[in-house]
Ligand binder design. Structure first.
Ligand code: SAM
Length: 209
C-alpha cells in the first residue's frame, strides 16, 4: 500500500497545495534559521519553502518509496546554501543528539505515526531549549459534530487505504501534553481536500527555555 500511496501522493494533494497548503508551508517555514530537522518529509513538499538562512537540514523519511522521491526532489532541486541530509529514521528514534536542533518541522505526519505522543517526546528531546516545533496537521473536526461522526465511521477503512492515516487525532492536545508551549496556532479548513481531512491545525510551539 505504501508504494501506491507514494506514487499518487503529489497528484492527490495537488489541488490543496495550490488552494492553501503551499502558502501555509511557506508562511510556517519562512523565518527558520540554524539546524532544522523535518520528520516524515515524504516527497519533499516543504523543500522549496525552506529559507536560505538555515545552517543544516536533516530530512527523515522511513518509507522507502517516499524516500526515493525525496532523494530525487533534493537532487533535482535548486542548489541550497545549507547542507541537506536524508535519513530513514522513524520519528520515534531520531538520529541526532539531545538538544541539537533549532527547529523540528512536522507536516501531515502525526495523523499517520502509530504513537504521536512518543513522537512528540522525541521532538522535545532533540529541540534546543527555546527551539521551535512547526506543525501542520489534519485533525478531528472540532466544531462540527456531524463531520466528526463521519470521520469516526470512515477511519477504519481510511487507515487501510491511506497507509495508516487517522482522521480523529487531537493533535493540538498532544502537543500541549508533551510540554511544548504554543506561540501561535490556526485552525482552518484545508481547501480542496476530501471533506474528512479538511479540519486542519497549524502553528509554532516552543520547547521551554
Ligand atoms: C501524508 S505523508 C506527509 C508527507 C510530507 N510531510 C508532506 O507534508 O507532504 C506522511 C509521511 O509520514 C511518514 N511517516 C509515517 N510514519 C512515520 C514514522 N513513524 N516516522 C516518520 N515518518 C513517518 C510517511 O512515510 C509519509 O512520508
Amino acid at each position: 500500500m505504501s508504494r501506491f500511496v507514494a506514487a499518487l501522493y503529489d497528484r492527490f494533494m495537488a489541488e490543496s497545495e495550490v488552494a492553501c497548503l503551499a502558502d501555509w508551508r511557506r508562511a510556517l517555514l519562512a523565518d527558520l534559521t540554524g539546524d532544522v530537522l523535518e520528520i516524515g518529509a515524504g516527497t519533499g513538499a516543504n523543500l522549496p519553502h525552506y529559507p536560505d538562512g538555515l545552517r543544516s537540514l536533516t530530512l527523515t523519511e522511513p518509507d522507502p518509496h517516499m524516500q526515493r522521491r525525496l532523494v530525487l526532489a533534493v537532487s533535482q532541486g535548486v542548489e541550497r546554501p545549507f547542507t541537506v541530509e536524508i535519513s530513514d529514521a522513524a520519528a520515534t528514534a531520531l538520529p541526532v543528539p539531545d538538544a541539537s536542533r533549532d527547529a523540528v518541522v512536522c507536516t501531515l505526519v502525526l495523523c499517520t505515526v502509530p504513537d504521536p505522543q512518543a513522537v512528540l517526546r522525541e521532538v522535545v528531546r532533540v529541540l534546543r531549549p527555546g527551539g521551535r516545533f512547526v506543525y501542520l496537521e489534519h485533525v478531528a473536526a472540532w466544531d462540527n459534530p456531524g463531520r466528526l461522526r463521519w470521520q469516526r465511521a470512515l477511519e477504519p477503512a481510511w487507515r487501510i487505504l491511506a497507509d495508516g492515516c487517522h482522521l480523529t487525532r487531537r493533535t493540538g492536545e498532544h502537543i500541549r501534553q508533551a510540554g511544548l508551549v504554543v506561540d501561535s496556532e490556526q485552525r482552518e479548513s484545508m481547501r480542496k481536500a476530501l471533506p474528512w481531512v479538511r479540519p486542519s491545525l497549524r502553528g509554532v510551539a516552543r520547547r521551554p527555555a
